[in-house]
Design a protein around this ligand. Structure first.
Ligand code: 13P
Length: 377
């Protein structure tokens, strides 16, 4: 087998944009400005609207954070009104414009791209020439709802690395199957842990620098039974880190399903529903949501999981903020009123996770006192 191409670090992306790997490696090594401190993590925010992009970038700029904006296939379809490729072009142009005036560095990442299905291959190829980072989730054949063989996963991921690395675009692979509902195209009922022996072979043969091992996290709002504390396999995470570091210390891990969910958001939403007289099934749904325990995520960050994927909790914040705005102005004939409320909610939700992950003061000092920040809606 020929040598896999190394990530081209000379590639210059549009102003203030860079590969996700460059930013995440800084976090693994604890680099902020020209100082080195403790390890921190980059929450990769799944954005599905222009407002989401603006709110996330607003939070990065307030805190001086490194930013990853993640786009799933279905988000791209949404941006492109059904056409993911058109969606890619639009978000690329939009983020380029926003980044140009930014005080921080931003990466754009394709979340759960695949190189197995025909549609997935097309989007991935287009993403390699527009975004700064891509995920090649080839561990599951989502269309046929089954895990792929290690050989097939390696072959498909390696092809993506060969295409992306010369262009300076980092590649995230996945090994193991993650349970839960990510979006309409990406869901699985079962979950398997990553096998450390397979991890070694996968990393050596694919050359990818970002990897999502499966260690017990789940996508979606129901990560356990109400009252449960979701337990992750931190021991396995450390075993994986040892193996990865022995191959290449630049390899960084990714935790999918890292939404912790915020009790104050749930209470806020339920209070709105109650006052609107809608406290029946919807309220019970809110009550049943269970996120990943933050202490467990901190354990993962310690094991080199420096990209933590966060979607569900921000969707919740959006909805809670919208419910409050509707309750406050049920007959307000003004889109801006509702947009302002959801922007504010998202902005605060993003700031909260960036602060929890220690991702602030990377590109400049935060513009607020992070110790006294309180996430309230
Ligand atoms: P959550 O569902 O926990 O937000 O995870 C999102 C995710 O992993 C996207 O890839």
């Amino acid at each position: 087998m020929s040598k896999v191409p190394a990530l081209n670090k000379e590639r210059r992306f549009p102003l203030n944009m860079t590969s996700a790997h460059e930013l995440i490696l800084k976090a693994k090594n604890g680099v902020k400005g020209n100082k080195t401190s403790g390890r921190y993590a980059l929450p990769a925010f799944n954005v599905t609207t222009y407002q989401g992009i603006d709110a996330a970038v607003g939070a990065f700029e307030t805190l001086g954070s490194s930013g990853v904006l993640a786009f799933s296939n279905s988000a791209l379809k949404h941006f492109g009104y059904g056409d993911a490729i058109k969606g890619l072009e639009r978000v690329h142009e939009y983020v380029k414009l926003v980044a140009r005036d930014s005080s921080v560095k931003i990466a754009t990442h394709l979340d759960h791209g695949d190189y197995i299905s025909e549609g997935g291959r097309k989007v991935l190829q287009a993403a390699v020439s527009t975004l700064t980072s891509v995920m090649a989730d080839n561990s599951t054949d989502h269309k046929n709802k089954k895990a792929t063989s290690l050989e097939m996963n390696i072959e498909a991921t390696r092809e993506v690395v060969e295409m992306a690395h010369p262009l300076g675009v980092s590649v995230e692979g996945e090994l193991g199957v993650l349970a839960g509902v990510e979006d309409e195209d990406t869901h699985s009922e079962v979950s398997t842990y990553t096998d450390p022996q397979e991890l070694k072979v996968f990393l050596e043969k694919t050359g990818c620098l970002l990897l999502a091992p499966t260690i017990g996290t789940m996508h979606g709002p129901n990560k356990g039974k109400p009252g449960d504390v979701v337990k992750l396999n931190i021991e396995l995470a450390h075993e994986c880190l040892k193996i990865a570091n022995s191959i290449n210390e630049d390899i960084v891990f990714v935790a999918h399903g890292a939404s912790t969910l915020y009790p104050q958001v749930v209470e806020h939403a339920m209070a709105q529903l109650k006052e609107m007289g809608a406290i029946s099934d919807a309220a019970n749904t809110w009550r049943d949501f269970v996120g990943t325990d933050w202490k467990q995520i901190e354990g993962l960050i310690g094991a080199g999981f420096c990209k933590i994927n966060t979607d569900t909790e921000n969707r919740q914040t959006y909805l809670a903020s919208l419910l409050a705005a509707i309750k406050q102005g049920p007959a307000k004939i003004d889109i801006r009123f509702f947009e302002k409320a959801t922007y504010e909610g998202l902005y605060k939700s993003y700031m909260q996770k960036l602060i929890m992950a220690g991702n602030y003061g990377v590109w400049h000092e935060p513009k607020i006192d992070v110790n006294s920040f309180k996430f309230e809606l």
